[in-house]
Ligand binder design. Structure first.
Ligand code: PEP
Ligand code: MG
Length: 603
């Protein structure tokens, strides 16, 4: 097997033919494991969909499904266009153009024909037809008309979104491997009931929400031109230790991997021998492990492994599940259940960490730079109706439970003061309504540089802080955490990141307030000794990281970790820090590496 090698000739259309020849593409593993299965390709950007073939008797039903979606999309655009026109918005004419393209009978007929003649599912028919329109527009020499292709892309999105509502649930066959250019968290959430055996994508970083959610599924990203080189049904082996995906594997290759899969199975079974209870380093430093909660079953398992309470609940999961803001009572019920699981060790529930594009009309509020835009606490405060609802739900859930309300992406004390004021107002409102409520504590995510700089002031205003290292690395280094093109600059061990972390741990210790690390760093056995050495004593992680991390904590001495941190803090570049960390691990903790677990180190 050679990495990236394909023996086939490239076709005139630039695509590689799909044949049964074995070939390997190498990417970056983002969630460890091995899997063998058949590829299911997933398409679309904002709305993702599968390509399926419909049975001939179902053609008319599928056409009606498309027509209903088309009507919904037209009505929605009419509403937007009317609103924009009545306000005199200068971009109102765009929506009129969109509407005229959407209502163009030849577009609609072409899509219906694609369903009827080729038995495509509606989503795929929309894609094929709109792609052909886009292709035609792109070749027009006149720049003004050429740019119409962007409008068609927008319309294609609207149609896909409208189709989403009535979409049948896709049941993946056991052992399916999802292949996509990029996978959306909401798509993954839809697959929760029958998860894929593995995920392979062209883009997406280690800390992207999709891969955080997928932590228990072997996953590889950074697979260049993946979607051009494969099609649904292709057999593949995903080796998410090495980062290799073998397509069309021979029987010999499959046999080799099957024996590796058995070995990995035995290895993870041996993890079950860990006793539950207090977790300490060899020299007795107590470290609290908490759970980044997603589903209730994860909590019961985590508790058995020694996890104490919930270190982070990303309430956007609820938003994704309900495809919008859930009602006050739905939220209150969900938060209460989570708080009950957590018990005396508390549940840290983060308010909605959403970007504006996720919540309002996509075409009307496109941001050039969503990571720096109207999102997280900014969005909550800008449209505080939903924030107030969420706070009321949290207050009610906090009745006789232990909840910390965590504010995402604060950049200083300002947002905390405003949020606290709103919290007080909503407490009054509940009190007047005669509703039972509790007294949640208040906390802040520390994930932007200004919050690190102002950490002392922030700690005066909150009861706890959560270190969101995923965003902290992104914002300290100004590197998009989801952009494959700059993945090489996402250096978790950059000196600026280490200094930021140390600053927060020191300030929190001085203020005697907890600082919980809840980004992906906390779940990595390679980074945990470094975090401990810098001063961390509370780590919150996904279920399947707990045993690996626990094993490392219990096998090292705090004093050694401190020595490691001081060595790393003396380095000037990320490369020097990484090299020094590798050397230190080899010298001091070779016993952790010698049991065949070297692949457990690094994410
Ligand atoms: C983080 O930024 O590290 C974090 C925990 O939050 P999220 O990954 O949801 O942004
Ligand atoms: Mg974050």
């Amino acid at each position: 097997m050679s990495s990236g090698a394909v023996n086939n000739k490239t076709q005139s259309n630039g695509r590689r033919p799909v044949t049964a020849t074995e070939f390997v593409i190498r990417g970056r593993p983002v969630s460890r494991g091995l899997a063998i299965g058949n590829i299911v390709c997933l398409f679309g950007d904002n709305r993702q969909f599968y390509r399926t073939r419909i049975a001939p008797p179902d053609v008319e039903k599928e056409i009606e499904r498309f027509s209903a979606a088309h009507r919904r999309a037209c009505r929605r655009l009419e509403r937007i266009a009317t609103a924009a026109n009545s306000k005199g918005d200068n971009f109102a004419s765009i929506f009129d153009v969109h509407l005229s393209i959407l209502e163009d009978s030849s577009l609609k007929e072409s899509i219906e024909n694609a369903i009827r003649q080729h038995l495509f599912n509606a989503e795929w028919a929309v894609k094929i037809v709109t792609d052909s329109y886009i292709g035609k527009y792109r070749t027009i020499p006149d720049e003004h008309f050429r740019d119409r292709y962007i409008d068609v892309e927008d319309i294609a999105e609207q149609l896909q979104a409208a189709l989403g509502g009535g979409r049948n649930r896709v049941h993946l066959a056991p052992g399916s491997i999802i292949a996509a250019r990029e996978l959306r968290p909401s798509t993954l959430a839809e697959l929760a009931a029958n998860p894929p055996a593995a995920i392979i994508t062209e883009t997406g970083g280690w800390t992207s929400h999709t891969f955080i959610l997928a932590r228990e599924i072997p996953a590889i990203t950074g697979l260049r031109k993946l979607m051009r080189r494969i099609s649904s049904g292709t057999k593949a082996i995903v080796d998410a230790y090495a980062g290799d995906v073998t397509f069309n594997p021979t029987e010999k290759t499959i046999a080799g991997y099957r024996s590796s899969i058995e070995k990995v199975g035995k290895f993870s079974a041996s993890f079950d021998k860990f006793p539950a209870g207090e977790i300490t380093t060899l020299d007795g430093r107590k470290i609290a492990i908490r759970l980044n909660f997603d589903v209730p079953s994860s909590f019961h398992k985590a508790k058995k492994l020694g996890a104490q309470g919930i270190g982070l609940y990303r309430s956007e999961y609820l938003f994704n599940r309900f495809k919008g803001f859930p009602s006050e009572s739905v939220q209150a019920k969900a938060y209460r259940e989570i708080a009950k699981f957590a018990g005396e060790y508390r549940a840290r529930i983060r308010t909605f960490d959403l970007s504006v594009g996720q919540t309002v009309e996509y075409s009307a509020r496109r941001e050039n730079n969503p990571a720096l835009g109207l999102r997280a606490i900014r969005l909550s405060l800008a449209a505080d109706k939903h924030f107030r609802t969420q706070l009321r739900a949290l207050l009610q859930a906090a009745y006789e439970t232990n909840i910390d309300i965590i504010l995402p992406m604060v950049n200083g004390v300002d947002e905390i003061l405003v949020a606290r004021q709103i919290l007080e107002e909503e407490t009054d409102r509940l009190s007047k309504r005669g509703v039972e409520y509790g007294k949640p504590r208040l906390g802040a995510m520390i994930e932007v540089p200004s919050a690190v700089v102002c950490i002392e002031q922030i700690l005066e205003e909150v009861d706890t802080v959560l270190l969101g290292t995923n965003d902290l690395v992104q914002y300290v280094l100004a590197v998009d955490r989801d952009n494959e093109g700059v993945a090489g600059w996402f250096r978790t061990l950059h000196p600026a990141v280490l200094l930021s972390l140390r600053r927060v741990f020191e300030a929190a210790a001085k203020a005697s307030k907890p600082a919980i690390v809840c980004g992906e760093m906390a779940g990595s056995p390679f980074y945990v000794p470094i975090l401990l050495g810098l001063g961390a004593d509370e780590l919150s992680m996904n279920l399947n990281s707990i045993l690996r991390v626990r094993r490392v904590i219990e096998a090292i001495a705090f004093e050694e970790a401190r020595e490691l941190a001081s060595v790393l803090l003396s380095k000037k570049t990320a490369a020097q820090v990484e090299e020094a960390a590798d050397i230190f691990f080899q010298k001091h903790w070779a016993h952790l590496l010698s049991v065949g677990t070297s692949e457990l180190f690094r994410a």
